[in-house]
Design a protein. Structure first.
Length: 153
């Protein structure tokens, strides 16, 4: 049990713990001060602390997650790895194409920028099909980049 007592606007924290003496009899021991409560609250997220650090598993490598060794769980893990790699490749391809178009626009060559814009629109449309990008987001990218290409001299 822990109590909070306010005396003259100063905060005194008390803590009561069950201790056992040499004969095995339980007796309550009262401690006062911050140290006992801070030690208990340090890893309690409900009172502003953080969660305790995860237990170390020396057999894991990289970002492998702990999981059951059921056939279905292992199959799901393999599928997730493949899908994650595919999604990363799609997102990377999209970012690279957008970067290429922006760099071409900065260089100022309108004919090259128009060609790169067409390929960028194609990559944006494929990103929509693959679920990498929302349709409205892609439409916004196309509109803004198209305006920048048209505005070139």
């Amino acid at each position: 049990m822990a109590g909070v007592i306010v005396v003259n606007a100063s905060l005194i924290l008390t803590s009561i713990r069950l201790r056992f003496d040499a004969n095995g009899r339980g007796c309550y021991h009262r401690t006062a001060g911050w140290s006992s409560l801070v030690a208990r609250w340090a890893h309690n997220p409900k009172v502003g602390g953080s969660n305790p650090p995860p237990a170390t598993n020396f057999h894991k490598q990289g970002n492998e997650a702990d999981m059951a060794n059921h056939f279905s769980a292992l199959k799901r893990a393999r599928q997730t790895e493949r899908r994650t790699a595919r999604n990363r490749a799609n997102a990377s391809r999209l970012r690279g194409t957008l970067r290429e178009l922006r760099e071409t626009i900065e260089k100022g060559d309108k004919s090259v920028a128009e060609k790169v814009y067409r390929t960028t629109v194609s990559v944006l449309d494929k990103a929509i099909q693959k679920g990498t990008l929302h349709e409205n987001t892609a439409s916004r990218y196309k509109s803004r980049l198209g305006k920048r290409v048209i505005a070139m001299k």
